[in-house]
Write a protein that binds this ligand. Structure first.
Ligand code: FAD
Ligand code: FES
Length: 347
């Protein structure tokens, strides 16, 4: 990972009495909220102090959850890692509100609706009710919480889970993020976890976890979720990036949606290919839904060997009038982004 410093205009240090600027937060549903933000304050801090919960997670330029398009104004982009905001995104005008400090009035496009900005992330106590090894590399973790009705989330969002029996060095447990794979209307919360040898959560799940364990969840977080629309959608999932896509499909099934949806599911090895029966069932139960998959390992037994981009056909793009949902590891996300830019299609 490389650490990047975002664009900064003229001045580098804020004076003692830092000037204040007006920041317009333009939400996806057309609502615009205004906040005052000092030059020595990040936009995220100012917005939280003024009770507007723009999507945030790490607050440290590491996760990319807060990414926003700056439509006008000057700012100091702050310090963050490339995984959170690539140089290309920065050049295109994207910034991280958790790191950016204004140098003039700003207009920011926030990737969430104003409704979402009102939902506070909360803490929930959960009990493990299921631990299934779906394949040598992937686990399905199911948990239940007593106050389930208080955890409203949008399909595509995620929670942070404390890993039991760990310490991050400051006395707090190590935390990892996982996307809901269940639909928002379903009682049991389900997560798909790719097992990373030696990883904190992976080791807990394979070596110590058992049903009845108590877990702490915080959320929901994230601005990746299904937008209401009847436009056809192309869903691209890499590995356990399938989890939020399953949540989206479960919501569509629950709603009786007839929206045209095509999923391309790509994994690295045959062992990583999971939930294929669920997807086949979805195909027979959700009217407009079709799916295909590929495995990048040349030794795979899959019909399609390669990356998800190799399966994107013109018929999936509806001449550009398509909503695209992309979820997977950062290299996959970057390569799909490049593919779309080269094809002249907006993501
Ligand atoms: C928004 C978001 C949503 C996500 N959703 C999902 C999801 O739905 N499903 C999913 O599977 N993942 C998801 N992830 C990734 C997930 O949060 C974890 O990063 C992943 O599961 C690995 O966690 P871990 O604790 O098992 O591994 P980590 O402890 O993070 O370890 C990762 C790697 O580092 C190595 N390592 C760890 N500690 C050391 C050390 N001290 N020295 C050397 N090497 C070390 C490990 O061996 C391993 O290879 C998501 C991430 C984000 C940001
Ligand atoms: S909240 Fe994580 S990058 Fe801003």
């Amino acid at each position: 990972m490389t650490v990047t410093s975002g664009p900064a205009s003229g001045r580098t240090a804020a004076p003692a009495e830092a000037p204040t600027h007006r920041v317009a937060l333009a939400f996806e549903d057309g609502v615009t909220k205004f906040i005052d933000c000092r030059e020595d304050q990040t936009v995220a801090d100012a917005s939280y102090r003024q009770r507007i919960n723009i999507p945030l997670d790490c607050r440290d330029g590491a996760c990319g959850t807060c990414k926003a398009l700056c439509e006008s104004g000057d700012y100091d982009g702050g310090t963050y890692i490339d995984d959170a905001l690539s140089p290309a995104e920065s050049a295109d005008g994207y910034a991280l509100p958790c790191c950016m400090k204004p140098r003039s009035d700003l207009v920011l496009q926030i990737a969430a609706t104003s409704d979402v900005a009102k939902t506070q992330a909360a803490e929930f106590s959960a009990t493990v009710v299921g631990l299934e090894r779906l394949s040598p590399t992937t686990m399905r973790l199911s948990v239940e919480i007593p106050n389930r009705s208080e955890l409203a989330f949008l399909p595509g969002q995620y929670v942070n889970i404390d890993v039991p029996g760990t310490d991050d060095g400051s006395g707090s447990p190590v935390r990892r993020s996982y996307s809901f794979a269940n639909g928002p209307h379903e009682d049991t919360l389900v997560f798909l976890v790719k097992l990373t040898p030696g990883g904190a959560m992976s080791t807990y799940l394979t070596d110590r976890a058992s049903t009845g364990d108590l877990l702490t969840l915080r959320g929901p977080h994230g601005s990746f979720f299904l937008r209401e629309s009847m436009r056809p959608a192309l869903l691209l999932a890499g590995g356990t990036g399938l989890a939020p896509i399953l949540a989206i499909l479960r919501k569509l099934r629950h709603d009786g949606s007839a929206r045209r949806i095509h999923l391309i599911y790509g994994v690295s090895t045959d062992d990583d290919l999971v939930e294929t029966e669920t997807l086949d069932r979805m195909q027979s139960e959700v009217a407009g839904f079709t799916w295909d998959h590929c495995v990048s390992d040349p030794g795979s037994s899959a019909a399609n060997k390669g990356y998800v981009t190799s399966l994107i056909a013109p018929r999936h793009l509806y001449g550009g009038d398509v909503a695209t949902y992309l979820c997977g590891p950062p290299p996959m996300v970057e390569s799909v982004r490049r593919h779309f830019v080269e094809a002249g299609i907006e993501l």
